[in-house]
Design a protein around this ligand. Structure first.
Ligand code: SF4
Length: 221
């Protein structure tokens, strides 16, 4: 009997109810049960898996126009708010092998937690850091809602066509339906591609078979 395989969809683990947030809490969402009928979840928590632990110090995205190239340049950095540790490199070191694993897992979509400096896909707060900043310089004049979490950004770069959605979008049942449709279309494309390469392999092995046969005939002559 055939068993229909559900497409694999990555998800920020805290949305499934795993208590992996910095404060030991979760962000379980109602859509998880309804979409779980369609998808096989692949939970990921970048900050926990990168070894920051639970609970952990809260982090935020910062950008500095005054940082020198030796200090990492003016790109986005992930920084702990109180102790002012730049943990960008630590998260990035986890990301490379993690993205390899996700590629091997054959994902057809990803649902991410909004607002997170690791998982948010849009509108994440980016703070303007300046030399001598105090830990609590959260003044509204000093941030802009224009960032993308570092993991979400890496996902986009690695899988540019992978359907991505933030959990806020999926509160709307029509958007859920649309997302299911996009994931299925993506999964269908993956299967077609896989079928094509299987066919290529079959043709190659047929070619190899023909030349083996030719060799056999030549040696019989
Ligand atoms: S938002 Fe991302 S990094 Fe933060 S707890 Fe959830 S899965 Fe982990």
């Amino acid at each position: 009997m055939f068993r229909i395989m559900k497409p694999r969809v990555g998800i920020s683990a805290c949305l499934l109810g795993e208590r992996l947030r910095y404060d030991g809490d979760h962000r379980r969402q109602a859509f998880v049960s309804s979409l779980g009928e369609h998808f096989q979840w692949v939970p990921v928590c970048p900050e926990f898996e990168a070894g920051f632990g639970v609970p952990r110090e809260k982090m935020r995205l910062e950008e500095s126009s005054t940082r020198s190239a030796a200090e990492g340049g003016s790109g986005l950095r992930l920084v702990t708010i109180s102790s002012r540790q730049d943990v960008t490199g630590r998260l990035r070191s986890w990301m490379l092998p993690a993205l390899e694993r996700l590629e091997a897992a054959g994902l057809s979509g990803f649902i991410l937690q909004s607002g997170s400096p690791s998982c948010g896909t849009t509108g994440v707060k980016v703070f303007d850091s300046r030399p001598g900043d105090s830990p609590d310089s959260d003044s509204t004049a000093r941030w802009r809602p224009e960032g993308v979490g570092l993991f979400a950004q890496a996902l986009r770069e690695r899988f540019p066509h992978l359907p991505l959605a933030e959990e806020t979008l999926l509160a709307d049942p029509r958007r859920q339906e649309l997302f299911v449709h996009r994931v299925r279309a993506y999964a269908g494309g993956r299967i077609a591609q896989c079928g094509a390469s299987n066919e290529e392999r079959r043709m190659k092995s047929a070619e190899y078979g023909a030349s083996s046969e030719e060799r056999r005939m030549r040696s019989a002559e």
